[in-house]
Design a protein. Structure first.
Lengths: 598, 391
């Protein structure tokens, strides 16, 4: 393939702005998929993704296109994840491209997530093709959105293309623009191999499959390759391009996008952002931009029945094969027994892992309240990392605690600025800056402790702005905080899995709210249950679940004893899903009570 | 020769139940299978019942049994004419073995029972009546949708006595919406003044699908709080025991030796044969039950088929659990010896966590006395929760 006839690009768009529909049209127009084969949104091939309408894992597809000038091109469309939890993966997908199509909804305008991805793309020297989609909507404000885009990327009005992916209009014009405006890849063939891993998946038959962009040189079947970060060497079993199915080739060469299978057993060895080299003739430098992905949120995962512990370990191991960003280690809780402390990129990632464990592995699990990682300066001067509040040293044994901070970008119609400020103040936000995307929309920058925004901040933000706000964030470092450990006691015994670290000023209110929420969640039992919140030895709040007063069915009659027995079995079944803490039975929900506190 | 199938054959006698699903009217709280205003179907139904008896009369298992109780339940069995009852009983006698003096109970609704009719019932061999009084207050009877008056209830008792029936049970109901404890005490007082041998006092249960349930859902009827139900129930136990009625099962009270033998059969693991629509049977291993619809019931038997619609083979675990739950619902409790002999399981070891939890509670919910696990006063109030521990 002549490198001048290759175009590598991605689509940047906010959820629902039409990325998937536009991708579908490209596949149809280029004949990659016949209309009959079309399943909605071909690129999102995980069920979960389809249900949530989010592309979680990046994939790529190669299309053959004959231009208006009757020249044949290879177009590689690289998909990008669309959620803040996965921003590093986005950056690696972008690094595999020379250009990006910016899709903006004609009615909704530019959103924060789009902007942050766009910034990354511009920083990476990508050529941007702005497209206003859904121009046929009655609520389309083409001129307003055009002006937003001009202000944002500094393009000319006539560079902006108009399309309706749904109706199929403007699609060919976009493909023509991809050919005309996006440069062909640059790179040299006769130099040592350097290929960027922009994604990887695990296949139970073939092992880890790396999705790659060859930046320099060529990768061939049978060749020995080396991954730069791990230094591990593998023999290439197969390389190929990605149409709807894998399409094996003898080699993939400079500028091309494809996959590589090399008997790799673990996706930990095909890290996103890593560089593949020729092990016999390695390049001197890796490609730039690799970063170890760090979890932002931690939670305990415990099997509901302790016999499932090994199954949970096996399932997590298997999930990790497919998800290099998942980390876990064994954890023992006094309350919950043996389980794992699992690190996630964010709350969405946590939910996805939870759902996959339940759906794909049939596990019944209990997940504890998620928390961020803290740094604790111990009295002996050593700095330790604490990802489990139960492990925080007691007050006398440390000097201070540091917590992770993020910089947040919030884009909101200017009428809602007041609400955003109020919410941000509530969440210990530090105001930084406001600029205007257009006369009606503000781009506000705040710094927040990560712990304040990780749970429900975005939902709150949405509801306080009638759904108009959009939000994105970056980790900026650790800062000292006036933090305390809040313990929850059930009938006098602290429950380690319910401990969490909060800001001192919020501890009383939190304690009160959590006790109240727990009271709603814990069903009445044969005896009274006391729920207390405490800081150290000081009790700051108490609620009581009254004992059951009467629970007896009058009739057990007419010989229908089966019915009575089944009712009681059901009553017991409900209890089995609860965790036994001493005598008290606690529903699993209780361990996530913090997420439900207003 | 060995029997074809080795089955558990308790030396105990068996029980026989007959379901008469017809009612003049359906009560708003009732979820038993009843058919209102369909009395014209009674003759066809009785033909089917006779058919069913005759089919079981050919079953080795049931023919081998010795039955010690017969129970006509409903519905309203007292809608049957005495000669119809006689027909059923003589068919039964022709097909099964009975002990010397079987207990034959008949449920009656006050208002369906003229003196002559009660006399005629007694002549058929019926020797126990269960009278659905429910309340001795007119306002409460109205609220419960009952057709009879307080006076009719009292007359029924008097007439039954006159007819020579020496074993009477009165059904009462408490925890009605808006009922005051003094109202309930009044009904209890009036009841014991008539000196029945047996009293069943039920906490009104709001069953799904009943008109009462609809009314509660719609907010028209306010359900009685748990605390009030507790007060009513504790008071009932205390009051009736003080007046010589032994609290021998969750909702049942009897003068000495007048416990319902029939119901006790259900609770002690005996075999029972249930005949008629929706009736349940138990053969020691298997529980099976008839179709609910009386017309389907009739049709099946006309076709010569048994009207069985469902069955369940009890696993050893289920049998164990039933023995415990039925035992705990009675004052005699679960005999640990009996349990261990039957299942060859160390009861105290197997249920160690449960026993610890129940016995160590303050106040305790159960106690181990004379080799039996029984409920305490507090335990009775939480009987379901206690039983569920053993599921």
């Amino acid at each position: 393939m002549n490198i001048n006839h290759i175009r590598n690009f991605c689509i940047i768009a906010h959820i629902d702005h039409g990325k998937s529909t536009l991708a579908d049209r490209f596949l149809e127009v280029t004949g990659t998929v016949r209309a009959g084969e079309m399943q909605d949104q071909v690129l999102d091939d995980m069920d979960l993704e389809r249900e949530r309408g989010i592309t979680i894992k990046a994939h790529a597809i190669t299309m053959k296109y004959e231009s208006a000038e009757k020249k044949k091109y290879t177009l590689n469309l690289i998909d990008t994840p669309g959620h803040v939890d996965f921003s590093y993966e986005v950056s690696r997908s972008l690094a595999a491209c020379e250009g990006a199509i910016l899709v903006v909804d004609a009615a909704q305008g530019v959103e924060a997530q789009t902007i942050s991805t766009l910034y990354q793309a511009i920083e990476g020297d990508l050529t941007i093709i702005p497209v206003i989609n859904k121009v046929d909507l009655p609520s389309a404000q083409i001129d307003v959105v055009k002006q937003q885009i001009i202000d944002l990327i500094g393009c000319e009005g006539e560079e902006i293309l108009l399309a309706s992916a749904k109706a199929g209009t403007g699609v060919t014009e976009i493909l023509e623009a991809v050919i005309e405006r996006i440069p062909a890849p640059e790179g040299e063939l006769d130099v040592p191999l350097r290929a960027l891993v922009f994604d990887s998946v695990y296949d139970s038959y073939r092992g880890a499959i790396a999705y790659i962009r060859v930046v320099h040189g060529e990768i061939r079947t049978g060749m020995n390759i080396k991954f730069f970060t791990t230094g591990k060497v593998f023999e290439v079993a197969e390389v190929g391009t990605l149409s709807l199915k894998k399409d094996p080739q003898k080699s993939i060469s400079v500028g091309e996008v494809g996959y590589c299978i090399a008997g790799i057993k673990d996706v930990q060895d095909t890290k996103v952002g890593d560089t593949i080299m020729d092990s016999r003739n390695p390049a001197k430098e890796p490609l730039p931009g690799y970063r170890e992905v760090l979890p932002m949120v931690y939670a305990g995962m415990f099997p509901t029945v302790s016999e499932d512990y090994e199954d949970l370990r096996t399932a997590l191991d298997k999930l990790r094969l497919n998800d290099a960003s998942l980390v876990f280690e064994p954890e023992t809780s006094v309350a919950l027994g043996f389980g794992f402390r699992v690190g996630f990129l964010g709350l969405l990632h946590m939910e996805i892992v939870q759902e996959r464990l339940e759906r794909e592995y049939g596990l019944d699990m209990l997940t504890t309240m998620p928390n961020v990682e803290y740094r604790v300066s111990r009295a002996d001067g050593q700095m330790i990392e604490v990802d489990n509040p139960a492990e925080l040293p007691s007050r006398g044994d440390y000097d201070f605690i540091e917590e992770p901070f993020i910089r947040a970008q919030i884009i909101v119609p200017k009428d809602f600025i007041g609400n955003v400020m109020k919410l941000s103040m509530d969440r210990r936000g530090i105001y930084k800056n406001t600029s205007y995307i257009d006369p009606t929309r503000a781009d506000i920058t705040y710094e927040f402790p990560l712990s304040e925004i990780i749970f429900d901040f975005f939902d709150k933000l949405k509801s306080m702005t009638k759904g108009y706000a959009s939000f994105d964030y970056d980790f900026i470092g650790f800062r000292k905080g006036d933090l305390v450990k809040l313990d929850i006691l059930i009938n006098g015994d602290p429950v380690d899995a319910l401990s969490h670290i909060v800001h001192k000023d919020k501890a009383f209110e939190w304690g009160r709210k959590i006790c109240k929420k727990m009271k709603e969640i814990i069903p009445r039992q044969m005896f009274e249950v006391a729920i207390q919140a405490a800081i150290g030895s000081k009790i700051i709040s108490r609620e009581t679940v009254r004992a059951m007063r009467k629970d007896v069915t009058s009739k057990c009659y007419g010989g229908d004893i089966s019915r009575k027995r089944k009712l009681l079995e059901k009553q017991k079944e409900g209890k089995k899903r609860m965790k036994q803490l001493g005598k008290v039975e606690i529903p699993q929900d209780a361990f996530l009570a913090i997420l439900k506190v207003d | 020769m060995l029997p074809a199938k080795q089955r558990e054959r308790p030396s105990k006698t068996a029980a026989l139940y007959l379901h008469i699903p017809f009612c003049a009217k359906r009560c708003n709280y009732c979820d038993f299978y009843t058919v209102a205003e369909q009395e014209k179907h009674i003759p066809a139904y009785l033909d089917a019942l006779v058919q069913e008896i005759e089919i079981y009369g050919k079953s080795e298992l049931w023919v081998e049994q010795s039955f010690s109780t017969i129970y006509f339940g409903g519905g309203t069995p007292s809608l049957l004419a005495p000669d119809q009852v006689e027909r059923i009983l003589s068919t039964l006698r022709n097909n099964f073995h009975f002990t010397q003096n079987p207990e034959i109970t008949f449920e009656v609704n006050p208002g369906t029972t003229a003196e002559k009719k009660l006399q005629d019932y007694a002549d058929t061999g019926i020797n126990r009546l269960s009278i659905g009084v429910q309340s001795f207050r007119a306002d409460e009877l109205k609220k419960l949708d009952r057709l009879h008056s307080v006076e009719e209830a009292e007359n029924t008792v008097a007439r039954a006595r006159k007819a020579g029936i020496q074993n009477l049970s009165i059904d009462l109901m408490f925890a009605l919406s808006g009922q005051k404890p003094s109202n309930w005490r009044y009904s209890l007082e009036r009841a014991i003044a008539m000196k029945p041998e047996h009293i069943s006092a039920y906490n009104l249960t709001i069953e799904n699908g009943t008109p009462l349930h609809q009314a509660v859902k719609a907010g028209i009827v306010k359900p009685v709080s748990e605390l009030r139900q507790r007060i009513f129930y504790s008071h009932t136990i205390e009051y009736l025991e003080r007046h010589g009625y032994k609290h021998y099962e969750v909702s049942n009270y009897a003068l000495p030796n007048f416990e319902s033998r029939h119901n006790s059969k259900y609770w002690d693991g005996s075999l029972y044969l249930g005949l008629g629509a929706s009736a349940h049977s138990f053969d020691g291993d298997r529980r099976f039950w008839n179709v609910k619809s009386f017309s389907q019931y009739i049709k099946n038997l006309q076709d010569g088929d048994l009207p069985i619609i469902g069955e369940e083979n009890l696993s050893p675990t289920e049998k164990q659990f039933e023995m415990i739950l039925l035992g705990l619902r009675q004052s005699r409790g679960v005999s640990i010896d009996d349990f261990e002999n039957r299942f060859a399981i160390d009861f105290r070891e197997k249920f160690q966590p449960q026993l610890k939890k129940l016995l160590s509670q303050k106040p305790p919910l159960a106690k181990l006395t004379n080799g039996s696990l029984t409920l305490t006063r507090e335990g009775w109030l939480l009987c379901d929760a206690v039983c569920a521990e053993f599921a």
